[in-house]
Design a protein around this ligand. Structure first.
Ligand SMILES: *Cc1c(COP(=O)(O)O)cnc(C)c1O
Length: 239
């Protein structure tokens, strides 16, 4: 087994154990493979192992790597009918002047945290005849974070986003702070889950509102225990 596949097996085992502990089904947790610091050959290997949901944090890098991967998939001999299509997730802060590019390249934008950004996405999506699938990024940790709407303002912003005709609010995204203190991380994920359930209960976003994206290489087991449906994992696979 290669180093990459060994690491993936390890991650999968850990996710299965966390699901077991929380009484959840493994099929309810999706891995977004974060490629921002990965070698291109390693990314190709991961795709070969069947992963199609990939994440990038910068539009410029997303553009480069998506083109390389498209070419790789085009040239790869594939059994008939098994064409692989990558679904890219934009997981980094999105500047408004990159909205069009992001929309063109990414199937989901996980970092919508202001009305202005959502409005920009709605406008660009309308003009290109698309629907932008987004997650709303929430700051659920007690510390000041650069990005993410505050928990207190989240429901109102969710309502505004959900009302936009060409934006589909598909769930929430959050990041815990970088700490070794498990209780601090767990508390942030608990707040995100609570907010997620509140928004669902009020039917904001409707049927589309299903995803809770939280958990990275250093905290994904905790995220699974607290209800994550999407994990964004990079270094645990590639480092
Ligand atoms: C880089 C990044 C990740 C992945 O982090 P790892 O620690 O490498 O797993 C997840 N989410 C966001 C928003 C990131 O920027």
């Amino acid at each position: 087994m290669s180093r990459i596949s060994e690491r993936i097996e390890q991650v999968k085992d850990n996710i299965a154990a966390a699901c077991d502990k929380a009484g959840r089904a493994v099929s309810d947790v999706r891995i977004i493979v974060v490629t921002k610091s990965a070698d291109i050959e390693d990314v190709k290997e991961v795709i070969g192992l069947g992963f199609t949901e990939l994440g990038e944090s910068r539009v410029q890098h997303l553009k480069t790597i998506a083109a390389q991967i498209d070419e790789f998939l085009l040239n790869k001999k594939q059994p008939q009918g098994s064409a692989t299509k990558i679904n890219w997730h934009m997981i980094g802060h999105l500047q408004r002047n990159k909205i069009r590019q992001a929309l063109e390249l990414a199937g989901m934008i996980q970092t919508v945290d202001t009305l202005r950004l959502a409005e920009g996405l709605n406008k660009a999506a309308t003009e290109t005849g698309q629907t932008a699938k987004v997650l709303m990024q929430v700051n659920c940790s007690k510390e000041e974070q650069k990005y993410g709407v505050s928990v207190g303002a989240a429901i109102h912003l969710a309502e505004q986003i959900a009302d936009m005709p060409n934006v589909k609010l598909c769930g929430l995204m959050t990041m815990a702070e970088l700490t070794k203190d498990e209780s601090v991380i767990r508390a942030a994920f608990e707040r995100a889950k609570e907010l997620f359930e509140d928004i669902k209960r009020e039917r904001i976003g409707g049927e589309d509102f299903v995803h809770l994206s939280m958990g990275m290489s250093n905290d994904y087991q905790i995220a699974v225990e607290e209800g994550a449906t999407m994990l964004r994992i990079g270094s645990a696979i590639f480092a």
